[in-house]
Design a binder for this molecule. Sequence first.
Ligand code: DOR
Ligand code: ZN
Length: 334
Amino acid sequence: MQLPLLDDMHVHLRQGDMLQNVVPLTRAGGVGRCVVMPNTDPPITTIESAIRYKRELESGNTGIDFLMTLYLCPDLRPEDMVAAKDAGVVGVKCYPQGVTTNSHWGVADLRGYDPLFSAMEKAGLLLLLHGEVPSQSEADICILNAEERFLPEVARIHEQFPMLRIVLEHVTTREAVACVKGLGDTVGATITAHHLELTVDDWAGKNHNFCKPVAKYPHDREALREIVAAGHPRFFLGSDSAPHPRSAKEGACGCAGVFTAPLLLPYLADTFERLGFLDRLHDFACVFGHTFYGLPAPKGKLTLEKVEQIVPPEYGGVVPFRAGETLGWRCRNS
Ligand code: DOR
Ligand code: ZN
């Protein structure tokens, strides 16, 4: 089957040697265009650093169209948002403080950012939300309810800035799906390949499936599957592929992140076929994302073949999702 190149609306590509390893693998997984997360070390907080980072990403000559983002922090000024848009930045990513990799520079209180959100709304920049309340912020918050507790903030920002396009990233709960569905056309959500497969039992004690937000209950996974099966146009692919060296995943305090980039399309095809909605793959991975972002359709094509392959144990020291398992599909760039 022929498909357009994938639009991955949320990916971590890192820096330096890891970047050089991961970017060609991302292309091999079928991606032609992607929204690049800014949680590098140091994070991408200026237009200049976004341009420099894009150049580094392009140095691999993969032909991927990298859409850049800025890390929400006090350095971002409302008056710079038009220049950011003109420089090719598509959005600003909000990391609540302490919720995931390199989020210690993140946001303690979102309310101070209303003038920035107003400027973004006018400039046409998207607000990308990591939707978790930090555990230390209130009593009775933990990684299982942190996403649900964040949802009122999404509704508040949407109400205040109705034309600001907001993406609730990597949704994991039935409540988040219902929240996004119930808000207006300017609110969308990304869904990862791995959250369509995992529940709590798959990451507790299994570091390579540990990511943030964590996969939740079976009924939550079912809600993700249902909204994808329904072909809802505001729910689209954002892989959140997040490579960490094996040692960083397997240590006493394992880093959060599941690495799906090298086989992104085969993972999706395998899952979608098994769940009976392979016909939804095209729009979920190749149409809804760029439509929400207001971007044109991509040019290139690839071929998805029904040929089995075994997921390798490692890619340059990074363990991929479902390592050692057999996938029913292979992706050939054409
Ligand atoms: O699991 C995750 N890993 N979630 C994130 O939000 C960040 C990512 C990373 O950068 O490692
Ligand atoms: Zn992410």
